[in-house]
Design a protein around this ligand. Sequence first.
Ligand code: FAD
Length: 407
Amino acid sequence: MFSLLKQSPKFTLTNQNYFRNFSNKTYDAIIVGAGSIGVPTSFQLQESGLKVLVIDQKASPGQGDNKCAIGGIRATHGNDSKILACIRSLEVFSTWEEKHGHNIEWLKGGYSFPCYREKEENDLKSLLPLQQGYGMKIDYISAQDIQELIPGINPKGLRGGTWSPDDGSASPMLSSFAFYKYAKELGVDFKFKEKVIRILKNENNKVVGVKTVKDTYSAPIVIDAAGSWSPQLMSTVGINIDLVPDSHEAAITEPTEKFFTPMVVDLRPGKGSKNVYFYQNGFGQLILCITPDPPIKGTNRQETSSFLPMISKRVISLMPRLKNLRYRRTWRGVYPMTPDGAPIMGWNKELKGLYMATGMCGQGFMCGPGLAQTIEHDINGNLNKDDKIILEFTNPYREYKGMEKIK
Ligand SMILES: Cc1cc2nc3c(=O)[nH]c(=O)nc-3n(C[C@H](O)[C@H](O)[C@H](O)COP(=O)(O)OP(=O)(O)OC[C@H]3O[C@@H](n4cnc5c(N)ncnc54)[C@H](O)[C@@H]3O)c2cc1C
C-alpha cells in the first residue's frame, strides 16, 4: 500500500455519523468525476491494488465534457510533458480493442497541419526536432504531398505542412464506456446520479472522504477529476483554482465516401476564430470543430446559430469540394481552461490527501489514459523520470504564464 495510507491517522471526525455502514463505504481513493480523466485513472489505481470509488452526478460514464470531444488523439505536441503523456495514451487507445476486446473506433488516420503562411510553417518546423527526438513519425512535407494526402485542399498559397501518420482518433463515448467496463471488471465501484456536495476533512486538515446528495463515503485520498465543475468542487473546501471554463462548438455531417484520413488542422486565424480542425470518421462523416476568438467564457452548453456559418466559411475555403455536404448535428461543450493551457495535476498543498487532476483544456480526452498512469505512480509514490517531467508542467503551483506554440 502507498505511503499516505500508511501514514494516515485514525479518523477523528467530530461527527461520527458520517461513517454509518462504514466498511462498504470506505475506500483507498475516491475519484470525483467519471470523465476523460476519472475513468482511466480509476482502472489504473485499481490495477495497482487500491480500492477505488468513482462518483459522478450524471447517469453514466463520459457524460460530462468527455462526450463533447471530437475524438482527436495526437502525441505530436509542442512540449515534453504532453508528448510523453500522449505517447502513453496512443499506446492505450491503439491497442485497446486487441487487449480488451471493446471496439472504441480507434482510427490511425494521422494529423496534418497544412501551412499557407510563413508563421505557421516556422512554428511547426521549429517543433520537429523535439517531436522527432521522442521517436515520433512526423515531418514537414511539400505542398504537392499535402494535396495527395488531403485531396481537394485549396492549392492557392499552400506551402506544405506537417504529417504525423501515427496520430489518430477514437470515439470518446465508446472509449469511456470501454474503460468503465474494464474498471468494473477489476472491481472499481461507481456511483452515478450522485453529486458530490462536499469534500470532507478532519481537524488535522486531511481529507477523510466526500459527502454526496445521497450518502457519505470515506477515503484518505480524494481526486478532483471534475473537469469544468472543479471550481465548485474545490470551493467546498475553500480552495480556489485557476480554471475558467469556455464554450466550444462542434458538428458532424452526413456520411460521404471516405477520401482523406488525417485530422486536418488549419492554424490560421479567421473572423471570430482561431484554428479550425476536422477529420472524416470511419463511417465517412466529417467531424468539425473551431476555436472561438475571443473565447466564450462560461459554461453555456446551448448551441448557437453563429457557429455553422462561421465554420462552414472557413472549411469550404480550405476545401471547396466540401460545399455540398449537409450537417447532421451540432453540439456545444466546455473546455476546463487554465491560463496557460496546461492541466492542473498534482497534490494539493493546502489539504492533505487531495489530488488535483483537472484543467485539461481542449485535450483531456487524448491526455486521459497517459496522465492516469502518472496519477497512479504519484499516488503510490513510484514516480519515474517521465512522470516527473509531466508533473513539472502540470504543477498546480506553477506561474501560469505563456502558452504552448501549437494548441
Ligand atoms: C467541442 C469540443 C471538442 C473537443 N475535442 C477534443 C478532442 O478532439 N480531443 C481531446 O483530447 N479533447 C477534446 N475536447 C476536450 C475534452 O472534452 C476535455 O478536455 C475533457 O473531456 C476533460 O476531461 P475531464 O475528465 O477533466 O472532464 P469531464 O470529461 O467533463 O468529466 C468530469 C466529470 O465530473 C463530473 N462531476 C463534476 N462535478 C461533480 C460533482 N460535484 N459530483 C459528481 N460528479 C461531478 C461531471 O459530471 C463529469 O462527468 C473537446 C471539447 C469540446 C467541448
